[in-house]
Design a protein around this ligand. Sequence first.
Ligand code: 13P
Length: 283
Amino acid sequence: MLVTTKEMFEKSRKEGYAIVAPDYWDSNSCRTYVETAEELGVPVILSFAQAHQDMLSLEEAFTLGKFYGEKASVPVALHLDHGQDLETVKKAVDMGFTSVMIDASAKPYEENVTLTREACEYAHARGVVVEAELGHVGSGDVITSENMEALREDKNIYTEVEMAKKFVEETGVDSLAVSIGTSHGLYKGTPVIDFERLHELRDALAIPLVLHGGSGSGDENLERCATEGISKINVFTDFTVAAIEAVKGEDYINWYKLMKDANSAISEKLKFYFRLFHTGKAG
Ligand code: 13P
């Protein structure tokens, strides 16, 4: 069944776990994610990133997500990940995505507020929930114990508690992606997560918190995030890495077999994350 994230988050916050938000880029990944969630009997937030439109148009992504989501035996939210502009966000809402992200985190605070507020007004009037980001989760940044203090001083990187409270009040956003040490894509080492900041944000904000850049962030870090205040963890790169690992070195002569092996590896990786994050109390 296709749902918004509202009900999912109410349950996950009460029970203290995070829901996996895996990014799909084709029909194989989309179907694999939903089938894997069904196998474990857990909810999933099927995410499509605007930046992946070179592989799948918004219309194609919606059609696939709706098809697999509607016939699923578990709750599936269909989410636009990293919406880069209001036009795309509104298009996704009109199409029927049940959740959208407007990501203006690289823009100045006031601009982020204005864009997020407009996205909320539009989406809420149509029964769709909105995620925004404050503080900026970059790509490939390596946050270590050495540079962590310096990065903490940079208000544009780590999410500031007072600023986040103000942002939520001013925008009416439904969930907030926070920056506490992760980064998108592959790391050179395991990042240092600012759990103190996470706890402060969790205690100060009444809405669910989201963690981007789940891949390679360290199993212990991620499990703690999932049980100490994060309601949703986005993962993309690790699924592509798992697929490559599964097929590299094999002398395939059958593309069909290669795709099946890659899909199995993606499914195993997703199962691992469902269990690590205690999603729906997955066993
Ligand atoms: P990773 O590719 O680092 O897992 O990040 C995914 C993400 O945050 C998508 O929004």
